[in-house]
Design a protein around this ligand. Structure first.
Ligand code: OSB
Ligand code: MG
Length: 370
């Protein structure tokens, strides 16, 4: 494969409702739409780095810098056999996984389009449908939270994830259990807001039979998580702590988690995501696909990777209309049945880009070619 041209479109899209986590509140999503060109086809992906380094160390600007200085010049003069070569070619670049992933995932889409096969098939996915859930931010009030949960349950979402932070945790989970019962597949995501000093609070969550608690402790920790897991009945799921196959291996070996959330951007692209998926499958660790408040383009990649067989837990890839007044893809991501998204059968990501919507939210563009 020869990459002839790369384009970055920086977009800023308003979220339909503010999304609060333990690291702040988002009302807009700024991101980079990546296009790669080769042999008459265009591959798309999204760089999911955020505007500030609050989730991981990257930012949109740091990702653009790394891509422009260290990835694109080499990429434009290299012939890739398959998209897997990308990750080998740039393995010398430490971290900056979202910078890598934005380009790598677009190359995967291009590859699948050149072959005329769906991206899901190119990755080895067999599922024709995936189960999806929702991630609900920290709502200003308990009643507000319960209203949101009710709406999403009516739409049939298969997993309800609620963001928590110290002081806004046990009462929220209790309220959801009291109102909707114990059959609701419920989990909490702490985004690293606790330490082992909070162990009594975290233990209280055990009584609510959560399917998991996601990343309760530090973003760079796997040691304290192992200690905590020994004290909790609720499975721990790691998100922020897993950047690579090696991180996954070590966390599993240490007993730091029983479940892993795979985000394509966080681990440096689809090749690495697939490797982590395969390792987890071998070790009996179920995985699910996390979200980064993606536009439809990032969402499409999440759907493709979630078609692999060890993605046995519903992911955060909810319908476009949960986030956006209008999405940049056609059709939008929607529930084909309650809580179900159908994996596209068309070549590549299987969604068309809506240039009219891109133009509406466009901040700037940059093109690179030899
Ligand atoms: O921790 O999973 C997370 C959004 C931004 C950064 C981190 C996370 C999230 C979400 C939202 O939980 C998932 C989504 O709906 O895209
Ligand atoms: Mg998370």
């Amino acid at each position: 494969m020869k990459i002839e041209k790369v384009k970055f479109d920086r977009l800023k899209m308003p979220l339909l409702s503010p999304f609060q986590t333990s690291f702040g509140t988002a009302t807009v999503r700024e991101f980079v739409l990546v296009s790669v060109y080769g042999e008459g086809h265009v591959g798309y992906a999204e760089c999911v780095a955020m505007d500030a380094p609050v989730y991981n160390e990257e930012t949109i600007d740091s990702a653009l810098h790394v891509a422009e200085q260290f990835i694109i010049p080499k990429l434009l003069e290299t012939e890739l056999e398959t998209p897997d070569d990308f990750s080998t070619l740039f393995s010398w670049i430490r971290r900056n996984n979202m910078a890598k992933s934005g380009i790598e995932s677009a190359i995967w889409d291009l590859y699948a389009k050149q072959k005329g096969i769906p991206l899901s098939k190119a990755l080895g996915g067999k599922k024709e449908e995936i189960e999806v859930g929702v991630s609900i931010g920290i709502e200003p009030t308990v009643e507000g939270l319960l209203k949101k949960v009710e709406g999403f349950l009516e739409e049939g979402y298969k997993k309800i994830k609620i963001k928590i932070k110290p002081g806004v945790d046990v009462e929220r989970i209790r309220a959801v259990r009291e109102r909707f019962g114990y059959d609701v597949p419920l989990m909490a995501d702490a985004n690293s807001a606790y330490t082992l000093a909070d162990i009594e609070t975290l233990k209280q969550l055990d009584q609510y039979k959560l399917i998991m608690i996601e990343q309760p402790l530090a973003h760079d920790d796997i040691v304290d998580h192992a200690k905590l897991q020994r004290e909790l009945e609720t499975p721990i799921c790691l998100d922020e702590s897993i950047h690579s196959l090696e991180d996954a291996r070590k966390a599993i070996e240490l007993g730091s988690c029983k479940i892993i959330n795979i985000k394509i951007g966080r681990v440096g692209g689809l090749t690495q995501a697939k490797k982590i998926h395969d390792l987890c499958q071998e070790k009996g660790i179920p995985v699910w696909c996390g979200g980064m408040l993606e536009s439809g383009i990032g969402r499409a990649h999440n759907i493709a990777i979630a078609s692999l067989s060890n993605f046995t837990i519903p992911g955060d890839t909810s319908a476009s209309k949960k986030y956006w007044a209008e999405d940049i893809i056609e059709p939008e991501v929607f529930l084909s049945k309650p809580g179900i998204v159908t994996v596209p059968k068309e070549p590549g990501i299987g969604y068309k880009l809506r240039q009219d919507v891109v133009d509406k939210y466009l901040l700037s563009s940059k093109v690179y070619s030899k």
